[in-house]
Design a protein. Structure first.
Length: 445
C-alpha cells in the first residue's frame, strides 16, 4: 500500500501524530455525541434483538427475515428530501431546521423503543415486528439529520476526523445497546430459561438513555451554512421547492460523476456486504457455539467494540495524512479476509482465547472500513443538497447488503457455518476490484 511505503520510507512520526490533533476541534468533538445517539437504536433492532428472538424460541430463518426491518436505513432516501426542505411548525423557529428534526425523531425513538420493551416476542412476534420497524424508521430519519449536520458543520479537512468521531460515539453506543443489554438482562433474570421481564427491563433502560441524549441535541448549535441555505430558498414557489428537493440533488450527482458512475455504484453497493450479511447471524453463531451472555458481552460487545474504536480513530488520522482511497481499499480487503477467521472459529470447541482474537481482528478492520466509507460518501456530496444526497448514497450502501442479509438464516441452514462464512468473504470482492480500478484512474471526488 502506498501509505505504508510512505511511512516506512522515513515519514516523520511527529508529522503523523500532528494529524491526530484535529480530533480536539469542537466541531469534531460534537459528532461524538451524535454518533452515540445514532448507534444506540440500530443495535436494538439488529444485534440485541436477534439474541432476544433466539432465546424466545424464534427459528434462525425467522430471525434472518426479521433483519429486514433495518431496510428502513436503505430506504431513507425516500423521505430525506422532506428532512432537507420541510420546516417543522414551531420547533423549526425555536431550534432551527436540523435541530428540530433531530429533536422530534429522538422523541419518537424514545417511545418506539419503549414499545419494544412492552412486547413479548414469544407471545406476539407481529407486534414486536411493528415496534422494531418504528424504531428503525425513526432511527434512519435521525441518521439523515445527523449526516447532514456533520457534513455542514465542518470543512473538507475535518470530514475524515468528524466521520471517525461519529464512528467512535456510534460504536460506544453499540457497547451500551449490546453488551449493556445482555448484562442488564442477565442481571434481572430470575431463571436460566427465557425471562421476558428481564429483556423488558433492559429495553426500558435503553429508552431512558435515548431520552437523556436529547439534551445534547438541544444544546448543539445549528449549522451556519444551512441557515444561509434557508435564507436563499425562502422565496421559492411550491413547484420550485419540489424540484429542488427531489430532482436537483439527483441531477447534480449524475452530472458530477457520470464518467465513473458504474464503478461508484458497485463500490458503494458492495462495500459493506461481507460484514452485514455475516453480522445478521453473528449472535446466533455465538449462541449455537455455547457461549454465555456474559462471555459474549465481555468479548464481542465490549472488547470487540473497543477494537472498532481503535480502528476508527486510526483511520481518521491516516486519511487526514494519506487520503481516502488507500485506506478505503485496506478496509475492504480486511473486511473480506477477516470473515474467513470465523471459519476457523466454527471448527473449534468452546475457546474464549480464539474468540477474543477473531473478534478483535474483525472489529479492528470494521472500524477502519466504516470510518473510511463515511468519509468517502461525505466527499461525494454537494452541500447544497446535503441530507438528500447523503441519504441516497448511504441508502445505496445498505440496500443490497440488507436485502441479502434477510436470507442469511436460510443460507446458513443449507450451508453450515464454515461455508456460510466463506461465502460472505467472497461477496466482498467486487468492492475491492472497483477500488483498484478507481485508484488506477487516479480518481478523486
Amino acid at each position: 500500500m502506498q501509505f505504508l511505503s510512505t511511512t516506512l520510507s522515513g515519514q516523520s512520526l511527529i508529522q503523523l501524530l500532528n494529524s491526530f490533533k484535529i480530533y480536539f476541534e469542537l466541531s469534531v468533538l460534537r459528532l461524538f455525541a451524535f454518533g452515540f445517539a445514532a448507534g444506540l437504536p440500530i443495535m436494538l433492532v439488529f444485534s440485541s434483538l436477534s439474541f432476544w428472538l433466539r432465546e424466545a424460541g424464534a427459528a434462525r430463518s425467522s430471525i434472518g427475515f426479521f433483519s429486514w426491518v433495518t431496510l428502513a436505513y436503505a430506504m431513507k432516501w425516500i423521505w430525506a428530501p422532506a428532512v432537507d426542505k420541510v420546516k417543522i411548525p414551531v420547533l423549526s423557529r425555536l431550534l432551527g431546521r436540523r435541530k428540530s428534526w433531530l429533536f422530534l425523531t429522538q422523541i419518537f425513538l424514545v417511545a418506539s423503543i419503549a414499545a419494544m420493551a412492552l412486547t413479548d416476542p414469544k407471545q406476539n412476534l407481529y407486534a414486536m415486528a411493528l415496534a422494531a420497524v418504528a424504531v428503525a424508521f425513526f432511527s434512519a430519519t435521525q441518521d439523515v439529520v445527523i449526516d447532514a449536520f456533520r457534513i455542514e458543520s465542518g470543512d473538507d479537512r475535518q470530514q475524515a476526523a468528524m466521520a471517525a468521531a461519529y464512528m467512535i460515539g456510534y460504536r460506544l453506543a453499540m457497547i451500551v445497546a449490546t453488551a449493556g443489554v445482555l448484562y442488564i438482562t442477565a442481571l434481572f433474570e430470575v431463571s436460566a430459561n427465557y425471562d421476558y421481564s428481564a429483556w423488558q427491563s433492559s429495553y426500558l433502560i435503553m429508552s431512558g438513555i435515548m431520552a437523556l441524549l436529547i439534551a445534547f441535541t438541544v444544546s448543539a448549535p445549528e449549522p451556519i451554512e444551512y441557515k444561509n441555505e434557508i435564507a436563499s430558498s425562502s422565496h421559492q414557489s411550491i413547484l420550485q421547492k419540489v424540484k429542488s428537493a427531489f430532482v436537483n440533488p439527483v441531477i447534480d450527482l449524475i452530472v458530477r460523476y457520470k464518467s465513473h458512475a458504474i464503478l461508484l455504484i458497485i463500490l458503494i453497493a458492495t462495500y459493506r456486504i461481507s460484514d452485514i450479511v455475516m453480522g445478521v447471524m453473528a449472535n446466533v453463531f455465538y449462541v449455537d457455539m455455547g457461549y454465555t451472555k456474559q462471555e459474549i458481552a465481555a468479548i464481542s460487545k465490549i472488547f470487540g467494540v473497543v477494537m472498532t474504536l481503535v480502528g476508527a480513530f486510526v483511520c481518521g488520522g491516516l486519511i487526514n495524512r494519506f487520503g481516502i482511497l488507500p485506506i478505503l481499499l485496506t478496509g475492504a480487503i480486511l473486511s473480506a479476509l477477516t470473515n474467513l477467521l470465523f471459519v476457523m472459529l466454527s471448527k473449534s470447541s468452546h475457546n474464549l482465547e480464539l474468540l477474543t482474537l477473531v473478534i478483535s481482528i474483525d472489529n479492528l478492520s470494521a472500524g477502519i472500513a466504516m470510518a473510511a466509507l463515511i468519509a468517502f460518501l461525505s466527499s461525494l456530496t454537494n452541500k447544497e443538497f446535503t441530507a438528500t444526497q447523503y441519504a441516497w448514497l448511504s441508502s445505496a450502501m445498505l440496500l443490497l447488503p440488507k436485502s441479502l442479509g434477510g436470507f442469511s438464516g436460510v443460507w446458513l441452514e443449507k450451508l453450515g457455518y464454515s461455508q456460510f462464512f466463506t461465502m460472505t468473504a467472497c461477496i466482498g470482492i467486487p468492492a475491492i476490484i472497483a477500488l483498484l480500478v478507481l485508484m488506477k484512474k487516479k480518481w478523486h471526488a
